[in-house]
Design a protein around this ligand. Sequence first.
Ligand code: GTP
Ligand code: MN
Ligand code: MN
Length: 425
Amino acid sequence: QVDDAEVMVFSVPSYACQRRTTPDDNNSLLTDALSLLAENAELCDQEGRGVAFRRAAAVLKALPKPVTCMTQLRGLPCLGGHSLRVIKEILDNGASSEVESMKHCERYKARKVLTGVFGVGAKTADRWIREGIHTLHQLRDSGHSLNRTQKAGVEHYDDLNQPVSKAEADAVEEIVAKAVVSVLPGAQITLTGGFRRGKLTGHDVDFLITHPEEGREEGLMSKVVSWLESHGFLLYQKTTRNSYLESKDGPARIASNMDRFERCFSIFKLAKEVKRETKQPEIQRETGLQNTVEGPCSVGDHTHIQVDDSILQTDHTSQSQIHADEQRSCEDGGLKPAGHKPWRAVRVDLVVSPFSQFAFALLGWTGSKLFERDLRRWAGQEKAMSLNSHALYDNTQKRYLKATSEEEIFAHLGLEFIPPSERNA
Ligand code: GTP
Ligand code: MN
Ligand code: MN
């Protein structure tokens, strides 16, 4: 028994953007349980409950030491009655009965499997579950016609549900960097999302693309996508056009969560790291590309294509190869073991931003989602400002506040600067 007087009582500020949260977690037993409850609420389309559990998990994640007793949590923000009950049960018994029974609940398992398909959200999953569809096999046998995104999601289900490693993210970055400088010299790419925050794995890889000369970035996305497509790197892509400039919404609407950058959701065909044989030509060693990135179909007869000063190995048959793969997979519903294919599918998000909005875009696309949510809430509730991935508007001064760095945005908001690696709320 620990005496109350000796217990370390934690204290954290209530907005996630006021806290430093590294990727490490001293309370993963508790935060995993609360995150599962959050996930379940989100799967049930109960966003408010989901956010409440996410906030509770984030507070525990920010603590410098493991929680050992409830006394330590006195006065902490964002811990509601439900979360506290779950925490207490885990501290007492090592597990939460609610979480354990949820994990074994058929409906939860079905929701997880179905929303695990890229392009399937909570509503679609629930519609299918009501029809008795709980598994991918049942989905295939149901005869439902899937849209293009969902077809890709089913086809690459296993790959897309396997976490992306940092090494894979680096390999994707080299490919995207090559694509970007090839179609527009001087354009810049920045890794955003979880990997910019120092996470070791992710569900996708996120990039922000810009050019230091305002306006040069126009039309960039379609060129990048064409380059990637012609080099056989894309299994799927969906590009949505920027509508920010065309919109007449004005300041009243900028608090909206929807962002209007040109954006591409894609699935990359990434060569698996293969042990290189020693007979690699000299020239390939200097390019820095071959060791991590091989052409999408590096096995079989491949050609070398000269791009700038580097060599990308690519296979002219890769596109037809992809179509052949697609057809085979359509027949078996994408549910067959993939076998020994030399590549794997990886989700990649690309966003293009004009240079003048770059700092806001960078801040907005680095995350975490809860950190972003609280930045905007802080801006609105504490500073009477509206923040989104494009701009910061001061509702008192009735003007936009310019910024060319994340540091300036934090300063405008009256917040201490939190570096990306400490935004893992
Ligand atoms: P993992 O990918 O799961 O490792 O985590 P992540 O933090 O990288 O998440 P994700 O790739 O989903 O999102 C990265 C960042 O982009 C987060 O901060 C999101 O808030 C942000 N984001 C994602 N989609 C949108 C969107 O449609 N609009 C805006 N403005 N931001 C978005
Ligand atoms: Mn991500
Ligand atoms: Mn993403």
